[in-house]
Ligand binder design. Sequence first.
Ligand code: ADP
Length: 211
Amino acid sequence: MVRTIELNKRQEQILEIVKDNGPITGEHIADRLNLTRATLRPDLAILTMAGYLDARPRVGYFYTGKTGTQLLTERLQKLFVKDFQSIPVVVNENVSVYDAIVTMFLEDVGTLFVVDQDSLLVGVLSRKDLLRASIGKQELTTLPVNIIMTRMPNITMCTREDLMIEIAKKLIEKQIDALPVVKETEKGFEVVGRMTKTNLTKAFLALAEND
Ligand code: ADP
């Protein structure tokens, strides 16, 4: 596991040397630290991968001048939905609220996506939507979910190509827990994935651990 945000003492020393003397070869950095080139190789690789240093063949290493925040922003701009999405759990719009509750428990998800007979997205069901329906006097086994769901066109969606940072913005702005990942067709939107606060937390962890 490589932590690119926190540098160790030797990596800090290398940065200082390159800042003051770059471009400088690996050999010369090693000399200044009284170490062998081989000992230094992993540190140089980490600093280059993390974007602190740049290496040019036959010239050597030089300091990119990028701050930790700039580098973090660059890495955030590389996290896409397609790398973190989960499998969607969908129910047909005609199933009962009772069956939707059972599905939510069995599939262990907090949000269900509702589709029509053509498998196109028509609605979203959250935990509270189902709880709200349950505290009324309705018969849950005969009440279809399309009566209580949040419906199109009021569904916030995303695509596989969206950035994780855009997902974070949407979840916070709309105060919701999940988004369907969709693919647009001539007829409507097909559900191809699920994006939740958990997926976002996983992306956050990947960023910290440089997975
Ligand atoms: P909870 O009901 O557990 O608070 P949410 O915060 O996700 O869960 O849902 C709040 C409301 O927003 C619910 O009525 C739900 O139907 C709706 N909702 C959830 N996800 C979406 C979405 N992606 N687009 C539009 N509405 C949504």
